[in-house]
Write a protein that binds this ligand. Structure first.
Ligand code: ATP
Length: 413
């Protein structure tokens, strides 16, 4: 029923000769053992797009591990075998890696029986994948090298620049596919099909079953290659922003805050980018800032959220004009929190915060404990208070020199 499509010529044009050689040899070795080997997934997609794929994924109908070991032996590489998963990674002397998987399905002969692992065919392996464009394979068998295996019409979808899931429970099975979908939409300028978008709406509740680690890992991949503003807008448009990031807000204002962050030359270096980007979606409303604690992963991130929230409430309380007085409330607040409060605050407050941060970072003590003793003060816990109030006066530029500092201290004698 299908027209036969062969991509051998494209493979030979796009892939380097040594990769083509390698693939042919893998196909021959498999055939000699009565097995079938295929390249699969991203590499096939990229070949059809006229691009050179990086990762080589091989699926074997038969014994993937034994084929991997034979390949490693033949090319003097090493095979890293995962017996339980039926997978192996071969690393060639050039450093190139090739992943081998045995195509298999688990089925239950009688209800409640232990699953029987069967050697399934390639079709079932493809059926477990995310989008039709990623669910194609190409045969490496010598007699039909390059034959495209495309049960789900991936090629047709690709011609229409459409991203389509294989079945209606796809996102329920694995909601990280939503983030992958947005990533592929942007990378290839494709668009999810109508049904695919509808399936996303139905599967929003399944997102809560994902671990935060998986969400963050996939979110990071998304940020790495796509425009964060567009990705978040799309998540919101698809109605699943809250499912992934409870409490996050996407409005014109949050978009501006996010842009402020992205354009800032002073982005905090000690926080991961995914966190900073996400935090921006909580910053426009003092009430939602706290919700960002749920998005925080580490102690440091939590503390940045709490301090930022504290700073914003301080700014709301009254208009501050003395850096020194402000210092007495926030001396322990981190630079990162000052940064985020500044991008969330209005212009005037932001100016004040940034000025404070700048001056605080340049604060060099004019005196130390010895100076206080030499000035005749009795050593004790008050020392710290004296030095702190000196800092306050320095921030307000009431004291700028060592002499002024000594003069100020002597008043306390
Ligand atoms: P990239 O170029 O970003 O590596 P890729 O498609 O190769 O794109 P991988 O994450 O390396 O992405 O995945 C390889 C293949 O495995 C995909 O093409 C897809 O067929 C399948 N796959 C990966 N993740 C999933 C998933 N969450 N659900 C279903 N299939 C997946």
């Amino acid at each position: 029923p299908h027209e036969r499509v062969n991509v051998k010529t494209q493979m030979e044009t796009l892939l380097s000769p040594d990769v083509v050689q390698l693939l042919k040899m893998i196909g021959e070795t498999a055939a000699a053992e009565k097995m079938n080997a295929f390249i699969i997934g991203g590499m096939v997609r990229d070949i059809l797009l006229g691009q050179k794929g990086e990762d080589i994924d091989i699926v074997v109908e038969g014994d993937g591990i034994s084929l991997a070991e034979k390949t490693a032996h033949r090319f003097e590489g090493t095979a890293d075998v995962h017996e339980t998963f039926g997978t192996a990674t071969v690393t060639l002397p050039s450093g190139r890696r090739v992943d081998f998987t045995t195509s298999r399905t688990e089925y239950y002969e009688t209800p409640a029986a232990l699953p029987t692992v069967s050697r399934s065919n390639i079709k079932e392996d493809l059926y477990r994948r995310d989008f039709t464009m990623n669910a194609m394979a190409a045969s490496l068998h010598p007699s039909h090298f390059g034959d495209l295996i495309d049960y789900f019409h991936g090629r047709e979808d690709m011609k229409k620049k459409t991203l389509r899931v294989l079945h209606n429970l796809s996102f329920v099975e694995d909601p990280t596919r939503i983030l992958r979908g947005i990533r592929f939409e942007q990378r290839f300028q494709f668009h999810m099909s109508k049904e695919t978008t509808a399936f996303i709406h139905y599967s929003a509740s399944a997102v809560s079953s994902l671990s935060r680690t998986r969400i963050i890992a996939e979110f990071q991949s998304l940020l790495k290659e796509a425009d964060p503003v567009q990705s978040l807008a799309r998540l919101d448009e698809l109605g699943v922003l809250h499912a992934f990031f409870p409490g996050a807000v996407w409005t014109r204002q949050t978009k501006d805050v996010l842009k402020g962050y992205l354009d800032s030359p002073e982005q905090p270096k000690d926080l991961p980018e995914w966190f900073c980007i996400l935090f921006c979606l909580y910053l426009t409303n003092p009430d939602t800032v706290k919700a960002a604690e749920a998005a925080a992963f580490t102690k440091k991130q939590k503390s940045v959220v709490q301090s930022t929230s504290f700073l914003l409430s301080l700014l709301n309380e009254k208009e501050w004009n003395s850096l020194g007085r402000f210092h007495s409330c926030v001396s322990r607040v981190s630079d990162e929190a000052l940064f985020f409060a500044a991008i969330a605050a209005d212009k005037k407050q932001a100016g004040f915060l940034l000025q404070y941060r700048e001056k605080r970072s340049k604060l060099k003590p004019l005196l130390n404990g010895h100076d206080l003793k030499a000035a005749g003060l009795a050593p004790g816990p008050d020392f710290r208070d004296y030095l702190f109030s000196l800092e306050q006066k320095m921030l307000d530029e009431e004291i700028t020199t060592r002499d002024e500092a000594l003069h100020y201290i002597r008043q306390h004698e």
